[in-house]
Design a protein around this ligand. Sequence first.
Ligand SMILES: [Zn+2]
Length: 263
Amino acid sequence: MALNLIMLGPPGAGKGTQAERFARSRGIPRVSTGDMLRQAVQAGTEIGRRAKSIMDRGELVGDDVMIGIVKERLDRDDARAGFVLEGFPRTVAQASALDTIMTGRDPLIVIDIVVPEAELVLRLASRLICEDCGFNAGPGNNDGKGAAADKVVLPAANPMVSEMVAAVRASSEAQRCRRCGGRLVQRTDDNEAIVRERLKVYRAQSEPLVEHYKGRPTFRSIDGAQAPDRVAADLAHAIESAGNHRGPMGTPEMGTARSGVRP
Ligand SMILES: [Zn+2]
């Protein structure tokens, strides 16, 4: 059966890293909406040309075009054995459209990567970049290139997040860029208030989406507030377990089993 996978999770949950790792380990494509848009435009397909003219006017690509692009991408040969879809769907309307696209294919496995807000704020707000070369460094880096992300797994719901962010940042600021030796500074769009606002917007969007999926036997949530290797192990386990619950008709059991969530 094909491994048709979508990953949900807030900014800072490490979705991109995990999606990339898993896709590579199974030899299936990781498809993100940004990449799909670029490819469709490059390929010059009908829908790609529509997307290009919208972007050339400086407008945002709407649901109908985005859905068309996703369909076109998932219909390609390399996605026949499966795919890891990331950044889509973002809304219930997109999720319903995706259900239509998936008609006649193996069922979607839906993974929700759950991370407490305190941990996300710490990860995002303590992320540092090099002011000279732009290298992503520091504790909030979860792009898989830095090891630092492993070191800041905190107990959930720490009430002292601001203090923690300040402490982590202060200790990192003494360090220099690993690549060029430049000074490490906070990204301007990463201060705590902006991060909290971004997470609020994400929650408002994603809660109905989780509602849309969570009754399915192939829905799993995993604990993203662990070191990346542990998350990857839980992810693989959850996908295997979800994969055992998709017959041609699906199974009637509820999909509320949680995998890899710490007691
Ligand atoms: Zn640098």
